[in-house]
Design a protein around this ligand. Structure first.
Ligand SMILES: *[C@@H]1O[C@H](CO)[C@@H](O)[C@H](O)[C@H]1NC(C)=O
Ligand SMILES: *[C@@H]1O[C@H](CO)[C@@H](O)[C@H](O)[C@H]1NC(C)=O
Length: 367
């Protein structure tokens, strides 16, 4: 046994570990994790072979560098604006090669356009990161961060993080209502389908909880029958499409109820119903009150209400994006996203249950 040698080796090892150590986030810093679909994708689909992508102009036309990034917006999307509201930089897409080292401590965005609660949602987009895969990548993320700052610190980082989950819209528009006859429609009426979605969602959220998430904003759907695509395809005389509207009216209250029940089971307000897409009803009922000239017509697209097909370089493109509630056939403009995030931050109980994000930030800063 040569003790001096082991001691020297130990010193060297500790030295190497210290050099490789990343400084834990500064006080007040809070990691942010994002899961879900195109409403919150920060560019993961750029790295996949899929048709669900926003990496060519005019996407990103109003972003700081005026270039497409994979966000389904003319500028910032909802996660960007939440990051800004809580004083953090935007989280990078998990597949972005720049997401390494200290950047990992800011959090990560696992969202992928086209996905839903159900595994069969978005099958037409082929290669997308379905929610169970997103959860697997979250565990992989935690292993990578553990190698940097240790397991205990990683656990703390994840427990203290803010999490956003946005799912469900595609289970209706890109599954149940995709074509006049779909398998899901033959299997389920709207009530039973909504119950199926909410029950699957519950197990997804429990898995997230078991992976360490302790503050999770869960968004409901907006008025899915009023997005330009649905108005163009199914609306009569420019009215919102009736059945998708009925779907939202059935599904959203079930979701809120499930979240409240989950919190009760856990014994803590882990899950926050972010009914912020309800803001879109306000835009639709009174666009002028928000400075929009229209909430029906997309800024970018073609056909009736610019609601048909994708937003591409040859599409109609409006001049002033701030006058439109919808950027493309499905997604809000940056301006609309700002109102939605304001509702998340400061909204009354009509928008945030049991509390808004300012209250959460205030509560969590005390522990
Ligand atoms: C969806 O797929 C995952 C595997 O990726 C599986 O674990 C899960 O049970 C599936 N869900 C349903 C409802 O089939
Ligand atoms: C946000 O929540 C807090 C506490 O519940 C409340 O005092 C505040 O009024 C809310 N903001 C708005 C705009 O309702």
């Amino acid at each position: 046994m040569s003790t001096p040698c082991s001691a020297a080796m130990l010193v060297v090892l500790v030295g190497i570990a210290a050099m490789g150590m990343v400084v834990p986030p500064v006080e007040g810093g809070r990691a942010f994790f994002v899961f879900g679909d195109s409403l919150v994708d920060n560019g993961n689909n750029n790295y996949l072979l899929t048709t669900a992508r926003a990496d060519s102009p005019p996407y990103g036309i109003d972003s700081p560098d005026h270039r497409p990034s994979g966000r389904f917006s003319n500028g910032y999307n909802i996660p960007d604006l939440i990051s800004q509201a809580i004083g953090e930089e935007s989280t990078l897409a998990y597949f972005n090669p720049e997401l390494k080292g200290e950047k990992l401590l800011v959090g990560a965005n696992f969202a992928s356009a086209g996905i839903g609660i159900l595994n069969d949602t978005g099958f037409q987009f082929a290669n997308i990161i379905r929610i169970h895969k997103q959860l697997r990548l979250f565990r992989e993320y935690q292993r990578r961060v553990s190698a940097l700052i240790g397991e205990e610190q990683t656990q703390t980082l994840v427990n203290k993080a803010l999490v956003l989950v946005t799912l469900g819209g595609n289970d209706f528009v890109n599954n149940y209502f995709l074509t006049p006859i779909t398998l899901r429609r033959l299997q389920y009426n709207l009530h039973d389908y909504s119950r199926l979605l909410v029950s699957e969602y519950k197990s997804i959220l429990l898995e997230l909880y078991n992976s360490g998430a302790r503050r999770v904003l869960v968004t409901g759907t907006g008025p899915i029958g009023c997005v330009p695509a649905e108005v163009a395809l199914r609306g009569v005389n420019g009215q919102c499409a009736v059945e998708p509207q009925r779907a939202a009216a059935i599904y959203n209250p079930l979701l809120t109820e499930m979240l409240a029940g989950l919190n009760q089971e856990i014994g803590s307000n882990v899950f926050i119903a972010a009914k912020a897409f309800e803001k879109q009803y306000d835009f639709i009922n009174n666009p002028k009150a928000f400075g929009f000239t229209t909430s029906k017509r997309a800024c970018c697209g073609q056909g009736p209400y610019n609601g048909i097909g994708l937003c591409i370089a040859t599409s109609n493109l409006c001049k002033n994006r701030d006058e439109y509630a919808f950027w493309d056939a499905f997604h809000p403009t940056e301006k609309a996203n700002r109102y939605i995030v304001r509702a998340i931050m400061e909204g009354s109980e009509a928008y945030m249950a049991p509390m808004n994000l300012s209250t959460i930030m205030e509560l969590d800063s005390r522990v």
